[in-house]
Design a protein around this ligand. Structure first.
Ligand SMILES: Nc1ncnc2c1ncn2[C@@H]1O[C@H](COP(=O)(O)OP(=O)(O)O)[C@@H](O)[C@H]1O
Ligand SMILES: [Mg+2]
Length: 296
């Protein structure tokens, strides 16, 4: 594995001791990290293979997502676009290992996470994924700086290092002067930038943002998006969920268009956006789904 220091996973069974899961040291990337990041650029960070999530509601089964294939490579900016109820949040929760699929496999950083226990999942999630939510989800009785420090505590980073690195991250999102404020003393756009700083705390592989500008006005939302774009330019993989096609195409390089829990098409920015895959081609991989889906 690429990390230099490998701490043992808490509560891991002896049979898993050779697992490739390792804990990324909770500090900012040094020079060699950056060099490695360039080399690893094309590596797949997230892979969903024929993933479905079904909910049983009494007699009926709700297919929140149904046979989704998705591949995210290091350094990409992906948008998952779709109308309300199309399965965006469900996909995001699966990608971020907040939830487990009914069917299919999910890999995160080369590791099949479909089979991990809840405690190992939590550990992986803490190291490899940084979340940004529509509702910001900051802890109200912690200061801005303490909010950013929190994820590092769960990874066992010592207090001083947490304090120092949180300040660095707040500088990155132009909020160092708000470090001692509480969330209710700053604006929505600032709260979302704190959430971005917090998402970066453990130097995750991927930033997952679910409707990050959903609660912000256009101008404030743009500033938040500019920070996500900047992080992406610096090498972070970003996956953003949105119901706004303009937002998807303005910031992402690849857009997955969801409808009724399925990937309808995938478009990629080349000179403007071009269709890369359409449902028909995806359906070929799942012949049982082909019937009755033509001419959509
Ligand atoms: N916990 C749940 N129980 C039952 N149905 C759910 C649950 N979560 C989501 N769904 C259903 O799955 C579908 C997709 O939901 P969701 O992923 O939240 O869509 P989106 O984020 O695109 O609005 C919807 O029809 C929704 O009602
Ligand atoms: Mg949603």
């Amino acid at each position: 594995m690429k990390e230099k220091e490998v701490k043992p996973l808490r509560g891991r069974s002896p049979t898993q001791s050779k697992s490739k899961i390792s804990i990324r040291p909770s500090r900012k990337p040094n020079e060699s990290h950056r060099i490695k990041k360039v080399k690893e650029k094309r590596k797949e960070v997230i892979g969903l293979r024929n993933v479905s999530k079904y909910y049983h509601m009494g007699e009926t089964i709700v297919k929140a997502i149904d046979g989704v294939n998705l591949s995210v490579k290091k350094g990409e900016f992906i948008a998952v676009m779709g109308p309300s109820g199309s399965g965006k949040s469900t996909s995001m929760n699966l990608i971020g290992s907040l939830d487990v699929p009914t069917k299919g496999t999910i890999s995160l950083d080369g590791e099949n996470i479909s089979l991990l226990s809840e405690s190992d999942l939590a550990q992986i999630r803490g190291q490899k994924v940084g979340f940004v939510f529509q509702q910001f989800n900051l802890i109200p009785n912690l200061t801005v700086q303490e909010n950013v420090m929190l994820p590092m505590m769960f990874q066992g980073t010592d207090y001083e290092e947490r304090e120092e690195y949180a300040m660095e991250l707040l500088e990155k999102v132009d909020l160092a002067d708000r470090a001692n404020h509480y969330p209710n003393q700053i604006s929505g756009g600032q709260m979302q930038r704190v959430a971005i700083a917090r998402a970066l705390a453990n130097d995750p592989e991927v930033i997952l943002a679910d409707e990050p500008t959903g609660n912000l006005d256009t101008k404030t939302g743009e500033k938040v998006m500019e920070f996500l774009k900047k992080l992406n330019r610096e090498g972070k993989t970003v996956i953003m969920v949105t119901h706004e096609p303009e937002l998807a195409e303005k910031y992402a390089n690849i857009v997955y268009w969801l409808r009724d829990g399925k990937v309808e098409k995938i478009t990629r920015r080349t000179n403007g956006f071009k269709i890369e895959k359409q449902e028909r081609r995806l359906i070929k991989k799942n012949p049982e789904k082909k019937k009755g889906k033509k001419g959509k």
